[in-house]
Design a protein around this ligand. Structure first.
Ligand code: G6P
Length: 614
């Protein structure tokens, strides 16, 4: 959701900005733009275009048309004002001297706009961001202060969430970066420096980065980066080294990031699980929660959005089973407004791939305010959620670029399972034998997932049979229901087919009236204990004309085939591993259906990878 990149150095900036923006495309956007200081024109040149980045890039001949070595670029996901050339960023002040790129929402923009209009400042766009550009210019020009001072005055007046990149024509050797509640990182190069929404945009140029904290301001020049806290006092930032390979964020010969990331899951699981098992025990490095505290917790509350919430749904079953503590799962967007029953004895588990989802962040802060301890399960190192948590368990999935998460989900679930084992053992609610049996199975999980991935052709064939359905239902019970939620989301988000997931027992309370000849029902029957019940539901929907695509374990294939139209299988495994294995055929099914429908798989319409607005 909105991507920012900025560069100050000695190379031509436009190609660097366009390349950086291309790495941020995955975040979701509908228009793009750049602003460059042009020595030839002694001022800023701003170019913007609605639509894909390619439109802008073609317009600028890959950036060759713009001369200059300092600039900012942006991919916009529209909030205030429809996607259009004029609403795209950078937004520029009336004088043309100040250009601003912004990720977030300025909540009090209307009153500031009114104030500026009363001072005779005309507005050209419908965006909240233009207010920032015009207000900086207002202080800068009417009060004759320097640009950093003018930015400081604006920051005291704007409310909301913002990551800002600011370029001023009168200070053409510097960029200003500001962060509050929207991600922004600084990159340290040799004779050049960068700002960006995330590491992928600049990893080609530098691996030395620092993560801006809320309220911080940075001034980037060729020589270095000066940082200030919210009181504009100089501060030193810790510089971190990013150690993943550049090609981790490239397609590497695959047609889509989503497919690449599905195939990477066994490896991601190895990275996530293996270092956390030592001498036959689950081991968490830097685990800052004491045994006494963990024994004292009265309940666990999981909060998350989207697929991370679905991990929480599976996690509830697993954590309750192994710890016998009550586990509640809430959508982060609901949690903060539901007056949640949370106190010092509640462990709040926050799950987020990006670590930047605004609702999840807000839920975390609310839980903290209520006295809970926060344990987060996060993929992006140094992200806001990671930094505000008491304990972070990183998923180590590597960069995930496709909007629809796959390896993010699998590794989150693996961490939840490790946590359930760890707590179960500590609390004495899990017997030694079962503890070791599950742990053994966790170590075998990547290998079993490799086996699931050998079924690609079979799944592709089934997708070809069903890709033209208009409506699909996923049904299952218990963990299979939670799995269905994820399978259904995956399908709808990338193929645009209407799809819903139901707990099978609920079918008779309404949904079954929608089943008619040829309706596709994906019946999930992996959970051994409830296999017979799953089978009854298959028979029920089949009797009403549904085509049933069933998913079960190898050992149950024959039995399931007696009633289902088609059967997919996963290897036989311990109950706790079934959702981890079961999600893979559902991801692949969604992928191939979307492919056959000609959808934009990695960047589905209207969606963003990290949702940084409420
Ligand atoms: C977006 C993404 C989903 C993701 C959700 C939560 O909607 O498209 O794939 O599950 O946000 O994101 P998070 O980064 O907090 O896990």
């Amino acid at each position: 959701m909105c991507g920012i990149v900025g560069y100050v150095g000695s190379e031509q900036v436009a190609p660097i900005l366009l390349d950086g923006l291309s790495k941020l495309e995955y975040r979701g956007y509908d228009s793009a733009g750049v602003a460059v200081y042009s020595p030839q024109h002694h001022g800023l040149v701003v170019e913007k275009a609605k639509g894909r980045l390619q439109v802008l890039s073609d317009m600028l001949h890959g950036g060759a048309d713009l001369d200059g070595t300092v600039g900012i670029g942006h991919t916009r996901w529209a909030t205030h004002g429809a996607p259009s050339d004029v609403n795209s960023h950078p937004q520029v002040s009336r004088s043309g001297k100040i250009a601003v790129v912004h990720n977030g929402i300025i909540e009090n923009y209307a009153e500031l706009k009114q104030f500026l209009e009363e001072q005779g400042v005309p507005f050209t766009s419908e965006t909240d961001t233009e207010v920032v550009a015009q207000l900086i210019a207002y202080f800068y020009e009417s009060e004759q202060v320097d640009i950093l001072d003018a930015v400081g005055r604006v920051l005291r007046r704007i409310e909301g969430a913002y990551a800002l990149g600011i370029l001023c024509a009168d200070a053409p050797d510097q960029l200003i970066a500001v962060r509050k509640d929207s991600p922004l990182i600084l990159g340290y190069g040799d004779g050049c420096n960068f700002l960006a929404s995330d590491v992928t945009a600049i990893i080609r140029h530098t691996r030395e980065v620092s993560y801006m904290d809320d309220g911080e301001v940075a001034v980037l020049t060729r020589e270095g980066i000066r940082c200030y806290n919210h009181l504009m006092q100089p501060i030193e930032k810790e510089i971190c080294h990013v150690d993943w390979e550049v090609d981790a964020a490239e397609k590497g010969g695959y047609e889509h990031f989503m497919f690449k990331e599905i195939m990477e899951q066994p490896e991601a699981l190895r990275r996530c699980i293996f270092p956390r098992v030592r001498d036959g025990q689950v081991y968490f490095e830097d685990f800052g929660l004491s045994d006494d505290y963990l024994r004292s917790i009265s309940k666990i509350y999981i909060v998350a959005c989207g697929s991370s919430y679905h991990v929480g749904m599976v996690g509830k079953y697993h954590l309750e089973r192994l710890t016998r503590k009550p586990v509640e799962v809430a959508l982060a967007s609901e949690f903060r407004y539901m007056d949640p029953i949370v106190d010092e004895s509640t462990l709040v588990v926050v799950i987020s791939q990006s670590g930047e989802t605004l609702d999840t962040m807000a839920a975390l802060r609310e839980a903290k305010r209520l006295g809970a301890k926060i344990l987060s399960i996060v993929n992006v190192v140094g992200s806001s959620i990671a930094r505000e948590s008491d304990v972070v368990l990183y998923t180590w999935a590597g960069p995930e670029i496709a909007v629809a998460t796959t390896k993010g989900y699998s590794t989150q679930l693996a961490v939840v399972n490790l946590l359930a084992l760890y707590l179960g053992k500590l609390l004495g609610t899990l017997g030694e034998q079962e503890y070791h049996a599950i742990l053994e199975e966790m170590l075998r999980l990547p290998e079993k997932m490799d086996q699931v991935l050998t079924h690609v052709n079979e799944i592709q064939y089934l997708a070809s049979q069903y890709f033209n359905h208009d409506s699909v239902f996923f049904i299952g019970r218990n963990v299979d229901y939670a799995l269905g939620l994820e399978g259904s989301l995956k399908l709808k988000e990338i193929s645009y087919i209407h799809s819903e997931a139901y707990a099978s027992g609920e079918l008779k309370h309404g949904t079954i009236s929608l089943i008619e000849d040829g309706t596709l029902v994906v019946a999930l029957g992996t959970y051994h204990k409830l296999f017979e019940k799953a089978m009854s539901n298959v028979v029920e929907v089949k009797a009403r004309g549904a085509d049933v695509l069933a998913l079960t374990t190898e050992g149950r294939r024959e039995e399931m085939a007696k009633n289902a139209t088609a059967v997919l299988t996963i290897p036989d495994a311990h109950d706790l591993m079934l959702p981890s294995l079961g999600v893979v055929p559902l991801q692949l099914f969604a992928y191939y259906v979307a492919l056959m429908r000609g959808c934009d798989i990695d960047k589905p319409r209207n969606l963003a990878k990290s949702v940084t607005v409420e």
